[in-house]
Design a protein around this ligand. Structure first.
Ligand SMILES: *Cc1c(COP(=O)(O)O)cnc(C)c1O
Length: 350
């Protein structure tokens, strides 16, 4: 059983949909219709009136495209970070010739709002980046105060909501480029990146006029006649089905389900004497990280070999210190978390 924080297990209904006959995405109107429906459904999940586009390529394509399309060489960019993905934005910015300033915080701390305020008062920032759910540490960040400050200073905002979108509400207000992906809380296969783009972000991209094709958002602005390249028909059909499941359930019901399952996971961990990383208050409804310094990899192997339970460890410096249970989308079920925690109980008591 696979309980990683993405890719998540894909429900049978979604897998079935992928075996439907495949329209030619360059020619057949039925594909254009499905694509439009997917974008409309996504608007409801993003809770936005902004345009939503779906690009062929997994989540990282969206992150890189957001920077490639909004950052011109020499632009100052504020990268607000308390984790690996937050830090990673600075690398993309530098790759595209921007000047990144990182307002960093320890991985166990919240975003440094005071630091953001001070930086914005001083610098001439064009764009700010931040991460809603830092998946590697299971942390859900309160991005609203940072977005508010950026709005006050007229700074364009880019948010990575890849591992929160669909599992917990993402604050859409004051976000100019809002990034998601198919393989996290949507429980679709990896292969698609979703992007909500504000009018202002489109304007900035037009002005920037990126020279790339693959990492350029602009060719996706109007796809009523054609897509920039052959779209991933099976993946788009799968995402359509996943979104129907989510919207049929009801967004609020689904968000509550994630909260309940996450609370259950934390409670079971506490009963086993496991420490949370970083703490219960900021633990994401989509992923729980347990702090097992120096032991995470051994426990992960034991779980997979003896119990057929697949979890993730940490990344980077925390590779062997953190064990992560993904409970997003189709995997946000109390019974599934119980199965994981029962196995973890056995492994820990050995
Ligand atoms: C999964 C994830 C991504 C996208 O990474 P992939 O390579 O597409 O899996 C980006 N940001 C965050 C926070 C993620 O969890």
């Amino acid at each position: 059983m696979q309980m990683t924080p993405g890719p998540t297990a894909v429900p049978p209904r979604v897998r079935d949909r992928m075996s439907d006959p495949m329209p030619n995405p360059d020619v057949e109107q039925s594909f254009f219709d499905t694509y439009d429906e997917v974008c409309e459904k996504l608007k409801r999940v993003y809770d936005t009136d902004d345009d939503v586009i779906v690009m062929g390529g997994e989540g990282i394509l969206g992150l890189e495209s957001a920077i490639a399309s909004t950052v011109a060489p020499g632009d100052e960019v504020l990268c607000v970070s308390n984790g690996l993905y937050g830090d990673g934005f600075a690398d993309f910015v530098e790759d595209y010739g921007g000047e990144a300033t990182v307002v960093g915080a320890d991985y166990t701390d919240p975003l440094d709002v005071a630091g953001v305020e001070a930086a914005l008062a001083e610098g001439d920032y064009k764009v700010a980046t931040m991460v809603h759910c830092e998946t590697p540490t299971g942390t859900l960040n309160d991005v609203a105060p940072v977005l508010e400050l950026c709005h006050d200073h007229d700074v364009l905002t880019v948010v990575d909501a890849v591992s929160s979108l669909g599992g917990t509400p993402v604050p859409s207000e004051h976000i100019d480029v809002n990034l998601g992906a198919s393989q996290k809380a949507f429980s679709s296969p990896p292969g698609l990146t979703t992007v909500a783009v504000s009018d202002r972000a489109w304007d900035v991209a037009e002005e920037r006029d990126p020279r790339s094709l693959y990492t350029n958002l602009l060719p996706w602005r109007d796809t009523s006649e054609q897509f920039p390249y052959t779209h991933l028909v099976a993946n788009v059909a799968a995402l359509d089905e996943s979104l129907s499941m989510l919207l049929d359930e009801g967004l609020d019901v689904a968000y509550d389900r994630h909260e309940t399952v996450a609370a259950h996971c934390r409670k079971r961990g506490e009963e086993l004497g496991l420490d949370l990383y970083p703490d219960a208050e900021r633990s994401s409804p989509t992923v729980t990280a347990f702090h097992l310094p120096g032991e995470a990899k051994a426990v992960q192997s034991e779980l997979e070999e003896e119990h057929d339970v697949v979890l993730s460890t940490g990344l980077g410096d925390l590779a062997n210190d953190v064990l992560r249970v993904g409970h997003m989308g189709y995997n946000a079920q109390v019974e599934k978390v119980d199965r994981v925690m029962d196995a973890l109980d056995t492994v820990c008591s050995e």
